[in-house]
Design a protein around this ligand. Structure first.
Ligand code: FES
Length: 146
């Protein structure tokens, strides 16, 4: 399996690892197939993501995609952050091997779950944001993850 230099960089030197004590929104999603768990913390002020951190019990691709995803959402409005899809993150990382695509979904879903948490707590509406899943298996991804 070949990983791009950017994936290796974000895996070896992940950005934004940690927790935010007074986070505006926290989201956690798992993947029952591989047993990995991702937790994302967002600090949001006036609808803008001021800080984003993550903690994961996950594989290298999950680390790299969460590192990139948290980098990409910082400074964006909560609405703009929705455009940071797993595809956008994979593109920013110059691609992932097909069997690792579901790992990037873990990052996206945990991010969405944190946005959802923020939206619920503050009674704001983020257009297009769906209720989070607890496990990305519920998304019924159609790629081979075995
Ligand atoms: Fe489980 Fe990557 S997130 S193998």
């Amino acid at each position: 399996m070949e990983y791009s230099e950017k994936v290796m960089d974000h895996f070896m030197n992940p950005r934004n690892v940690g927790i935010i004590e007074d986070a505006s929104g926290v989201g956690q999603v798992g993947n029952v197939k591989c047993g990995d768990i991702m937790k994302v913390y967002l600090k949001i002020e006036n609808g803008v993501i001021e800080d984003a951190k993550f903690k994961t019990f996950g594989c290298g691709a999950a680390v790299a995609t969460s590192s990139m995803a948290t980098e990409l959402v910082k400074g964006k409005t909560v609405q703009e952050a929705l455009a940071v899809t797993n595809r956008a993150v994979m593109e920013a990382l110059d691609g992932l091997p097909p069997v690792k695509v579901h790992c990037s979904c873990l990052a996206e879903e945990a991010l969405h779950a944190a946005l959802w948490d923020y939206a619920q707590k503050n009674q704001v509406e983020i257009q297009g944001l769906k209720a989070p899943v607890e496990d990305i298996d519920e998304l019924h991804l159609h790629e081979n993850v075995d």
